[in-house]
Design a binder for this molecule. Structure first.
Ligand SMILES: NC(=O)c1ccc[n+]([C@@H]2O[C@H](COP(=O)([O-])OP(=O)(O)OC[C@H]3O[C@@H](n4cnc5c(N)ncnc54)[C@H](OP(=O)(O)O)[C@@H]3O)[C@@H](O)[C@H]2O)c1
Length: 318
């Protein structure tokens, strides 16, 4: 098969489409003929040498894919050759084939284009596990989504609206806020012009900025509020006002999805298939796709994501 190989960390040109050995499905694994994968911001870090794959994961980038089951290993439950699936991966999505634990494999939601399904596992599992399982967002509560026009953000907006929350986003331009409002967001703050912590009070904040926003995020929490930090685009360190946290009886969480054990990922995946996929089946959610790029030209896809112009996901087609 062919895969995107990174010999030397670097710019987008470090991504090279080359022939590599085919993976074999081990016990408990499903071998998928990949139809498409999608770019995640973490892939940019892996390309630059800052986010190595966890041990046992394929060396190629790619945290999600869609495709067709080619083969199943021993002890696989619920899948057989020919099934149309998508999957959450610890790596290896930028390839024509990938072997993945069956617990991380999902059916493609009804009515979703099998190619566009490639961009769903990472955002769905991240938003479901953080906003709903960890922060327990409830109907009628306010969710603040930083980077509302991102892959993660566009999904968080739709899912929280579908569950009856009030959704506020931050984004870097009026145009990008308008795209979030089209997806159902109730309000937007242009972070280049205004300080969200002066305007917003939220029950739950989904944060991708980290250190630079920590103090402002805690200020923007309501009493009983929950801040979940999933990204560190604004650095790893910030000042936490514990006095404010105590008075608000608030909490701060931090999580990553990629390094979780397979069983934990399996719990998240089952939650997504059980509680999120029916919303796609009913037409209440839709994939937000910015561009489709041939996988062999993954460098171009990374340039698009690095430019910051995209809204939603950039897909890679085999
Ligand atoms: N912990 C986990 O398990 C996990 C899993 C998945 C993703 N993540 C993280 O989630 C983040 C989003 O991932 P993605 O793949 O969806 O990325 P993406 O599509 O490339 O989006 C990045 C977003 O960051 C926004 N942004 C940049 N500076 C900002 C600021 N000062 N305030 C608010 N927003 C700002 C950009 O908004 P504008 O373009 O509007 O400026 C852009 O929409 C990344 O940091 C990623 O590492 C974490």
């Amino acid at each position: 098969m062919h895969a995107i190989v990174i010999d030397e960390p670097g710019g987008p040109e470090a991504l090279v489409w080359r022939e590599v050995p085919d993976p074999r499905p081990g016990p408990g694994e499903v071998l998928i003929d990949v139809v498409a994968s999608a770019v995640n911001r973490a892939d940019l870090l892996q390309r630059q040498g800052f986010y190595p794959p966890p041990s046992g994961a394929p060396p190629y980038p790619g945290l999600e894919c869609s495709g067709v089951v080619a083969e199943v290993g021993a002890d696989v439950e619920g899948f057989r050759p020919g099934d149309r699936v998508c999957a959450l991966l610890a790596g290896g999505g930028y390839a024509q084939r990938v072997a993945v634990p069956w617990q991380q494999v999902m059916r493609v939601p009804e009515g979703v284009d099998p190619v566009e399904a490639a961009g769903l596992p990472e955002v769905a599992c991240t938003v479901w596990s953080n906003v709903f399982m960890t922060a327990r967002l409830r109907r009628g509560e306010t969710l603040l989504v930083h980077g509302g026009a991102s892959g993660i953000g566009t999904f968080a907006v739709q899912l929280a609206k579908a569950f009856g929350s009030h959704v506020v986003v931050t984004a870097g331009s009026a145009e990008r806020i308008a795209r979030c409002l089209e997806l159902g967001a109730d309000e937007g703050v242009n972070y280049r012009e205004e300080d969200f912590s002066e305007k917003v009070r939220a029950d739950v904040i989904l944060d991708i900025i980290g250190g630079k926003y920590l103090a402002r995020n805690v200020r923007a929490l309501k009493t009983g509020g929950r801040l979940v930090v999933i990204g560190m685009q604004g650095g790893t360190k910030g000042e936490l006002d514990l006095g404010m946290l105590l008075v608000k009886r608030a909490s701060v969480h931090g999580t990553t999805l990629r390094s979780r054990p397979v069983d934990e990922k399996g719990v998240i995946v089952r939650g997504v298939v059980g509680d999120v996929w029916p919303l796609f089946d009913a037409g209440a959610l839709r994939p937000v796709v910015h561009a489709r790029v041939p996988m062999s030209e993954a460098a171009e896809a990374h340039r698009i994501v690095e430019s910051g112009e995209h809204v939603g996901k950039v897909l890679l087609l085999t």
